[in-house]
Each structure stands twice: as C-alpha cells, then as structure tokens.
Design a protein around this ligand. Structure first.
Ligand SMILES: [Mg+2]
Length: 189
C-alpha cells in the first residue's frame, strides 16, 4: 500500500508557528485556541491568501513548527519496514521547501517519496492508496476517488465536516497514531 501523509496540521503544528509570525506582523496577541477555522486570517483580518502563505513560509524558515505526535517517525518507519510505501505530500510553497526537507530529516521521518503538490491539484490524483490530511477541503476531493481512503485528522478547523455523510471513504481519526497503527493490519505489498 502507498500511504500518503500530509505535513501541515498532520505531522507538524504549522498553526502554532503561524500564530507567532502573524501576531508579530498584525500586532496581535492570539493563542493557539483562538485559531478556530480554515482561512482564519483571511476571514477575520482581511489578509490575502498569499500573505498567509508567506507567513507560513516564514514560520517554517524560522524553525517555529513543532512535531505534533512524538512517535510519528517510529510509526512511519514500522509501516515502511512492513513493506508499505510512504509518500509525504504537502502543498508547501517553493520558499519553504528546503526548511521542510531539513525538518523531516531532523525528525527522523523516512519516506519513499516527497511530493510538493501545486495549488489547484488534488493530492488523491497521485498514486497513493490512503491519505492522512487535516484539510476540510479534502472531502470534496475524496468524492473523485471513491477507491481511495482518507483519514481526516481531528482538528478544530475541520470540526464541521460530517464524516457520516457521503463520501464514505473519509474517516475521522483522533490522531496520526490511531490511523497509522490501524494500517499495520494490512500487508505491505
Ligand atoms: Mg494540512
């Protein structure tokens, strides 16, 4: 099986880093729990998407992104040892690619393939069988690939997504640990 794993909001706490950068730029004093929706800064502070993407790049380049679940590298390694392929797939913009690649190395996260997918592309169009993601927008994309499974990581910004409605190939999981350990039941090839 080829297992796709997103980075922002799944492996790394990008929002934690983004809040630090955005607080500085906008003169705010927000905390992690204040960030409660997808497109939070565009909706509440009227900034553009490219402003947010630049702030995200800065968070990565300044080393402000923490690993969310400390066991991630081990669980991914276990699945790889079992014969699965691991595709790390992220819509990171060009400027942060070196920082993200170095971060994966520093965390000891070993993968088969690393994909930086562009805007407007569907991660599920890539040859992966399963995807771990946190974006509420992944649900619409999952409808185009009923043969693939999506594990939606439980985050405040996707809390409104009802996974008991179609498409039924999206399942909500509490943690990456829960999803990756579940996949260990399946044989690697
Ligand atoms: Mg994400």
């Amino acid at each position: 099986m080829d297992i796709g794993v997103d980075i922002d909001g799944v492996l790394g706490d990008l929002v934690g880093g983004l809040i630090v950068v955005a607080n500085e730029k906008l003169g705010l004093n927000l905390r992690l729990e204040d960030y409660d929706e997808w497109d939070f800064y565009q909706t509440n502070y009227g900034v553009s998407t490219s402003w947010v993407l630049n702030a995200m790049d800065e968070a990565w380049e300044r080393g402000l992104v923490e690993l969310i679940e400390p066991g991630s590298a081990k669980w991914i390694h276990d699945l790889k040892s079992q014969g699965h392929d691991i595709t790390i797939i992220t819509r990171r913009t060009y400027k942060s690619h070196p920082a993200v690649t170095a971060w994966l190395h520093k965390q000891g996260i070993k993968y088969t393939t690393l994909i930086f997918n562009g805007p407007g592309t569907n991660k599920l169009d890539y040859p992966i069988d399963v995807l771990m993601d946190d974006a509420p927008t992944i649900v619409e994309k999952a409808k185009k690939h009923p043969e693939k499974s999506v594990y939606l990581l439980d985050r405040v910004w996707n809390a409104h997504v009802d996974t008991h409605q179609p498409p039924f190939n999206v399942s909500r999981v509490k943690s990456l640990e829960q999803a990756l350990k579940f996949l260990r039941r399946f044989s690697g090839k």
